[in-house]
Design a protein around this ligand. Structure first.
Ligand code: SAM
Length: 175
């Protein structure tokens, strides 16, 4: 399955940190890339910097016209919203339909009404307001049955899990 994320309503001055977290969460949970509706070169740079060091082929594009992208996306379109169908109820249907590509839409500020119509599924990660980062993480983990978190990135830097402290191998500077 190929998963992409569309981040709507990013405001560079206010949302840089949280949009970076949305992108890094998408990458860490196995997405192929993120589209951001507002142009933000600094956001692109910081996400590419992580990919450059930690690996993978995650792509980021900002300044993307969201409506044509959402309308024409070949695959299943899932909008995460607290107003949607509970993830437990929606997921079996999404998994049945989403064989190839999935586009997950998350907002920042209020999402345009059209999004609810253009999406194939409006899904709530619980029907309480919380965060796009939390919603994305829970949804991607469930969509991939935990496999997304096992993605291999083959980066220059590789973290070796350990009980205490930090172990990181730099492939360009072998010990
Ligand atoms: N106030 C905005 C509105 O009314 O649309 C939403 C702001 S919320 C901080 C930003 C994004 O987080 C939402 O657009 C949605 O994608 C996601 N989100 C927040 N709570 C959610 C939930 N319970 N389930 C799914 N997504 C959620």
């Amino acid at each position: 399955m190929e998963v992409f994320v569309l981040r709507l309503g990013h405001r560079p001055a206010r949302d840089k940190r949280i949009s970076t977290h949305v992108a890094l969460t998408a990458r860490a949970f196995g997405a192929k890339g993120i589209f951001v509706s507002t142009k933000d070169e600094e956001l692109e740079e910081s996400v590419r910097d992580v990919t450059g060091r930690f690996g993978g082929d995650f792509e980021i594009r900002t300044g993307v016209k969201w409506k044509p992208l959402l309308r024409d996306f070949q695959g299943t379109k899932v909008h995460l919203t607290m107003y949607g169908v509970h993830v437990d109820d929606a997921l079996p249907r999404i998994k049945k339909e989403a064989e190839g590509r999935v586009l997950i839409v998350v907002g920042a500020e209020k999402v345009p009404a059209d999004v609810y119509q253009l999406a194939d599924f409006n899904v709530a990660v619980g029907n309480q307001p919380h965060s796009e980062v939390a919603a994305l993480a829970v949804f991607m983990d469930r969509l991939t049955d935990g496999e997304g978190l096992r993605s291999e990135f083959e980066g220059r830097l590789k973290v070796l899990p350990c009980e205490r402290g930090k172990r990181v191998v730099d492939r360009e500077r072998p010990e």
